[in-house]
Design a binder for this molecule. Sequence first.
Ligand SMILES: [Cu+2]
Length: 495
Amino acid sequence: MRIWGLAILIVASTAFAHVGSPDVYLEGDAGPYHLLVSVNPPAMIPGVAQVQIRVASGSVNSITITPIYVNGKDQGLPPAPDAMQPSADPQCFRGNVWLMDSGAWELHAEVAGPEGIGKLVIPVPAYARRILPMERNLGTALFVLMMILVVGVVSIAGAAAREGVVPPTVTPSSRNLRIGRIAAAVTTLSVVTILSLGNWWWNATAAELKHSMLYNPPPLEVSCQADELTLKMDENVWHKTRKDQWSMSLIPDHGHLMHLFLLRVPAMDRFYHLHPEQVGDGVFRAKLPPVSAGNYKVFADIVRGTGFPETMVSEINLPGVSGGTFAGDDSGVSASAFEPSAQFTAISPLADGGRMIWERDQTALKAGEVNWFRFRVEDAQHKPVDDLEPYMGMTGHAEFVRSDLSVFAHIHPAGSVSMAALMLAQKDSGVSIGDASIDHASMHHASMDHGLNPRVPSEVSFPYGFPRPGDYRLFVQVKEHGIIETGVFDARVQN
Ligand SMILES: [Cu+2]
């Protein structure tokens, strides 16, 4: 297993789109150069995205990146490109770009080298995902300063009332002293009132800003009748305040408007990947395949018209549904209950009698490092298969889930970017990757994921970095002789 030592600054957060996994990974070609791009989007908007590009094939002299905001309307003039800095490793470039607005961004990378100039567009969603608390020391210092001012104001007012009308050298009378004390008390009361009102105003404004600035996925209501699942998506303040700014319409992502994942909790032992049809404005319906009864966590992936991906989260208690089969691209798997263990699973039996092998060495998995996740599919005789077919246009789909469900990421051989956003970006910019065309998604991704590894027909690989340490379950989905197979693997990720 290759581990690129890309140290990526991880911001602990409860971010979405994917869930809890904000970093963007993309493997792709800029003309003759094969690149692995990692982007750590800012936790606050406006903010700085950290970009790292590793050149996997070809030698490169320089790389520039230009951030372009996608609002589906007139884009205006693009900003001047930023030059990326080569690091100690000549194959690795780093750079920072400012992202000024929430929504979908495209980073246009231009790569120059002896083989000419190549271009690659990286879709990056930007959204505020946390607020910074005031530093304790700064807060303490400001509080002490405020108290000095309060004591100062009160004693000035008291002294002025007590001695303001008394000639110098004369001792204030008991009446003067009483007036002074009353003035000090009234001033104290006024100052405390002013400070309380100020504090109340500050907290109210901060709460309102938090409400409108911090990203939250749209609320999703899921209900089940007999074997039919109905999903209703709503809007929240974040979306309402931005829908005039950019297109909230939905576009299909690898052939479907919605990718729905049902995960039985807490055991994580049943997993279904379904594709509900839109039946009304924000209303989706899916016929359930045979499912086991239980409590399910629901993750629903959608992509907006600008290429902004979102993952809605919900929960539902499902009755068991028997009979029927998986229709179309729908799939599912039964696995053993998840148990945290330092041992990772290397072999997953597949429903057709074959198995899937996670090709990794004994090196510990670390949070914040880009890893190459490679899986080999074998038949019942343990021989590598050679008949993997594209499943929804790609050789594989992988879902990475943290045991506490705080991370859910839907990854492809090209990385963590939304495929719909990637195609949109290519269409907008006229940049093509290989002989890709927007209309031939399947060929496109089959050609894109030849990877940094030589293309092996029995293998599928995914570039990804775990956002946080912890225990994870991986669901890896491939299609073989017309049947979708899901491998299930467990892993512990260290800090
Ligand atoms: Cu997928």
